[in-house]
Design a protein around this ligand. Structure first.
Ligand SMILES: Cc1ncc(C[n+]2csc(CCOP(=O)(O)OP(=O)(O)O)c2C)c(N)n1
Length: 356
């Protein structure tokens, strides 16, 4: 059975990353996006603790490089689907921060009008068609959306620049049968779908070593004959490069692809705590994984390469923290929906006519 080897070892790959020929501006833009995700999620964590937010929030602190590196190659006409841990995907797509904050407070100004909470996010203009907490539930939806994208391409007689379907999911999701069915169907129909697996080594509280005979899940895609790559998910350049290669393959009619990014979440499965008391590996690994911080590694590499100074980083941190504070403060004057609106958003008007 294949193993991830050094890639899954907490103490490995903690040094600077190879920035290749990327321009300083581009890298600073990625850094800013990662900081927005980190500080926004820290704000959400604080507000869960003080009770202002009462919906369950699954945080992706530590996994920011995957979302930002991947979304770099996405365009608004693509069809992305996220899961329960998708604040990062929502923000990386460029969707408005204040609408995320309104949403987790259950307010009408939120991206799902306050009816979705943390786990049902929506950003149509940025290509995020929805996030759903049924583990693996959005994988077949992305396959269906990719079928539609392929048919659209055929109608336009242009199958060399297709929109793509995208499913974000975790290693735990690959234990659901529907993922195997989706991989198989996507390959048989040669669909432009990207399976984007963030392998953070945990499903809820169980380490992958306790759940699977090996620690890599790309083997499921390989078994279906799907082109796949495995990368260090805490190296934004590695993620961005692999995502670009694979997404281009899909767009040009090459069929489905699978990217497995190895990463680690700093907070617990749900909520702000670190879950140090669960799982045999978590307690030992967490501090070591924090030294593999995707943000710090990018900053160190930028500074070492003379593309950025520490003073510029300090300034950027202040700017992003201000942005987060301003967006949060805005939500203090938001509106809660009336109880009478309960069915207004959940069902389409046509469905409501049939129910009532
Ligand atoms: C069908 C289904 N089964 C179980 C759950 C409970 N559950 C929520 S998240 C989760 C773990 C998912 O792990 P993974 O897919 O690796 O994503 P991660 O939380 O690591 O991001 C489980 C079992 C669920 N929401 N849906």
């Amino acid at each position: 059975m294949p193993r991830l080897g050094r890639l899954a070892q907490a103490g490995e790959y903690s040094g600077p990353i190879d920035l290749k020929s990327y321009e300083a501006n581009q890298l600073a833009h990625w850094l800013k996006k990662m900081l927005v995700i980190r500080y926004a999620e820290e704000k959400i964590a604080d507000k869960v603790v003080d009770g202002t937010i009462s919906c369950p929030c699954h945080l992706a602190i530590g996994q920011e490089a995957v979302a930002v590196g991947f979304c770099e190659s996405i365009r608004p006409s693509d069809r992305m689907f996220g899961a329960h841990r998708s604040h990062s995907h929502y923000l990386a797509s460029g969707a408005p921060l204040d609408e995320l904050f309104y949403e987790v407070r259950g307010m009408l100004e939120g991206c799902s009008k306050g009816f979705g909470g943390s786990m049902h996010l929506y950003a149509e203009k940025q290509g995020l068609k929805g996030t759903v907490p049924i583990v693996a539930g959005t994988v077949p939806l992305a396959v269906g959306a990719a079928l539609a994208a392929k048919m659209d391409g055929q109608r336009k007689k242009d199958s060399s620049n297709l929109d793509v379907g995208v499913a974000f999911f975790g290693d735990g999701a690959t234990e659901e049968g529907v993922v195997q069915e989706s991989l198989n169907l996507a390959k048989v129909y040669n669909l432009p779908v990207v399976f984007m697996c963030e392998n953070n080594l945990f499903s809820s509280h169980l380490h992958i070593d306790l759940r699977q005979p090996t620690d890599t899940v790309a083997r499921f895609a390989a078994a279906a004959g799907i082109k796949c790559e495995v990368v260090d998910g805490n190296d934004i350049v590695a993620v961005a490069d692999a995502s670009r290669r694979l997404i281009e393959h899909c767009r040009s009619g090459g069929g489905p692809v699978f990217l497995e990014a190895i990463t680690y979440r700093w907070r617990g499965h749900v909520g702000p705590s670190e879950d140090r008391d669960v799982g045999v590996r978590r307690k030992d690994d967490l501090d070591v994984w924090k030294r593999r911080d995707p943000v710090r590694r990018l900053v160190d590499s930028l500074v070492a390469g003379g593309k950025f100074t520490s003073a510029e980083f300090d300034k950027l941190q202040i700017e992003v923290k201000d942005q987060v504070e301003t967006a949060w403060a805005k939500t203090n004057t938001g509106t809660y929906p009336a109880k009478s609106m309960l069915l207004d958003i959940v069902y389409s008007s046509k469905a409501q006519e049939q129910i009532i």
